[in-house]
Write a protein of this length. Structure first.
Length: 417
C-alpha cells in the first residue's frame, strides 16, 4: 500500500495517508521495541533479583562468618587479656626472680620485683645494664663470654653464681635461662632463685658438723687418760690443736673456792691460784652452773679481775664441769683476740656436758681403784688372820694326838698290872 501510495499516479488522498501511516508504523515499531525492551528488562530484573538474592545470601553468610570470627576474636582477646593478667600476676608475685633479656644487647627488657630486689637495681637501670655486669667485677668478662656462647648455641642452661649489688653486697643465686619467642622476637627468659637461705643453712650444717667433730675429738682425747693428770694433759693438747686458745685453766672445786690444778702456759704467773665462787667470770660460771662466754673481756663488766687482762687476753669462755648442785671443776679458755660467740653457745654447753661425763667417769674409776685397793688390803688382812687360825688349829690337833698316845700307853700299863 505504501508503495502504491507513493506511486506518482496514486490519488492525492492516498498520498496524504503516507505520513500518517509512517508515523503509525514508527509508533508500532517503537511500541514493539518498548515491549521487547520491557520483556528484556523484566528478564534482566529477574536475573538481577536472582543475583541480588544470591549475593545477599552470600553476603549474609559472609556477615555471619565475620560476626562469628569477630566473636571468636573478641573471646580470644578476652582470653588473651585474662591470660596476660594471670601471667602478669604470676610474673609480679613469683617468689623467684624473672627477667626477659635481649639476646643482642644482654640488657634486661622486663623484670619482676624479686629480680630487681636481688640485683639492687631499678627497671630503668636494668634496661641499660648488660646482665653480665650484674656479676662481681672479677667475673664480668667470663660471664659476658658465657652469655654469647649461650646465644650462639641457641639454648640456655643453669648455674649457681653471684650478683653484686651497687652497695657492694653479694647475693648467691641459681640462674636458669631458656630461649623463648614473644611477639615474634626471641628473648632469653631467666629464672633466678635466691640461694642465701640455702647457703646459710648449708654453712650452719657444716659448722655444726665441724663442731661435732671437734667435740668428739676433745671428749675422746680426755677419755684416753686413765687418771685425772693424763686426761687433762690429753685434753690440753687437743684444745690447743682444735680451738687454739692462748690460755687454758683447769680448776677444781674446794669448798667455796676454785683451786687451779693445771694451766697453759705453765709460766703464766698472773693467774691466781684460787678464786671464790661468784668472783669474775670463772667464779660466776661455777656458781650459776652455766657456761659464760665473753667476746671482749675489756668491755665486759662481769670480768672483775685483771689477771686475764694483764695477760693480754680479750675473749674468754668459762665452762663449769658438773651437774646441777654438784660442781666438780671448771675449764677456762682465753684468746688474745676478740671473738664472736653468738653461734657457739651450744657447742661450749655440749663440751661442758661431755667433759663432765668424762671427769665423772675418771672420778668413778679412781674411786673404784681406791675401793679395789681397800678390798685387797682387807682380803690380805683377813687371809693373815685365817692363816693364824689355821696354824693354831693345826698345833692343837698335834697336842691332842700326843695326849691320846700318852693315854693309850697308860691304859696299856694299867692293864698289864
Amino acid at each position: 500500500f505504501l508503495v502504491f501510495a507513493n506511486y506518482r499516479y496514486a490519488p492525492d488522498y492516498l498520498r496524504g495517508l503516507v505520513p500518517l501511516l509512517n508515523r503509525l508504523i514508527h509508533v508500532i515499531r517503537m511500541r514493539i521495541e518498548t515491549l521487547l525492551l520491557l520483556h528484556q528488562l523484566s528478564r534482566t530484573n529477574i536475573h538481577l533479583e536472582e543475583m541480588v538474592k544470591e549475593r545477599t545470601e552470600k553476603l549474609q553468610e559472609t556477615m555471619d562468618r565475620l560476626r562469628a570470627e569477630l566473636d571468636e576474636r573478641r573471646r580470644a582477646e578476652e582470653r588473651a587479656r585474662e591470660s596476660e593478667a594471670h601471667f602478669r600476676m604470676i610474673f609480679e608475685q613469683a617468689r623467684d626472680g624473672i627477667a626477659l633479656i635481649d639476646p643482642e644487647t644482654g640488657c634486661v627488657m622486663e623484670s619482676n620485683p624479686v629480680f630487681r630486689n636481688l640485683t639492687g637495681r631499678s627497671e630503668e637501670e636494668l634496661r641499660k645494664t648488660p646482665v653480665w655486669e650484674l656479676r662481681p667485677p672479677e667475673m664480668v668478662e667470663e660471664a659476658r663470654k658465657k652469655f654469647y656462647e649461650i646465644r650462639e648455641r641457641g639454648e640456655g642452661g643453669s648455674a649457681e653464681l653471684h650478683f653484686q649489688r651497687p652497695d657492694g653486697g653479694v647475693v648467691p643465686v641459681e640462674f636458669v635461662t631458656r630461649r623463648v619467642d614473644f611477639g615474634g622476637r626471641k628473648y632469653h627468659l631467666s629464672i633466678v632463685r635466691d640461694l642465701s637461705e640455702r647457703m646459710t643453712f648449708i654453712e650452719r650444717l657444716e659448722r655444726k658438723r665441724r663442731e661435732m667433730e671437734i667435740l668428739y675429738k676433745l671428749v675422746s682425747s680426755a677419755q684416753k687418760g686413765h687418771d685425772l693428770h693424763s686426761a687433762l694433759q690429753s685434753l690440753e693438747e687437743a684444745l690447743l690443736e682444735l680451738l687454739k686458745p692462748s690460755l687454758i685453766m683447769f680448776y677444781r672445786k674446794s669448798g667455796d673456792e676454785l683451786k687451779l690444778i693445771r694451766r697453759y702456759p705453765e709460766g703464766e704467773e698472773a693467774i691466781k691460784e684460787r678464786k671464790r665462787l661468784g668472783e669474775c667470770l670463772c667464779g660466776s660460771a661455777a656458781k650459776s652452773m652455766g657456761v659464760i662466754l665473753s667476746g671482749d673481756i675489756l668491755k665486759d663488766p662481769r670480768c672483775t679481775l685483771d689477771e686475764c687482762k694483764d695477760a693480754g687476753m680479750r675473749a674468754f669462755a668459762a665452762i663449769p664441769l658438773g651437774e646441777e648442785g654438784d660442781l666438780a671443776g671448771l675449764l677456762g679458755l682465753a684468746w688474745d683476740e676478740v671473738r664472736d660467740f653468738s653461734e657457739e653457745g651450744e657447742f661450749y654447753h655440749a663440751l661442758g656436758a661431755g667433759l663432765t661425763l668424762v671427769f665423772r667417769n675418771i672420778a668413778l674409776i679412781d674411786e673404784l681403784k681406791r675401793h679395789s685397793r681397800n678390798l685387797e688390803d682387807l682380803v690380805r688382812e683377813r687371809t693373815d688372820d685365817l692363816q693364824r687360825v689355821v696354824n693354831l688349829m693345826a698345833g692343837r690337833e698335834l697336842r691332842i694326838k700326843e695326849l691320846k698316845d700318852v693315854v693309850d700307853r697308860l691304859r696299856e700299863q694299867i692293864l698289864s698290872l
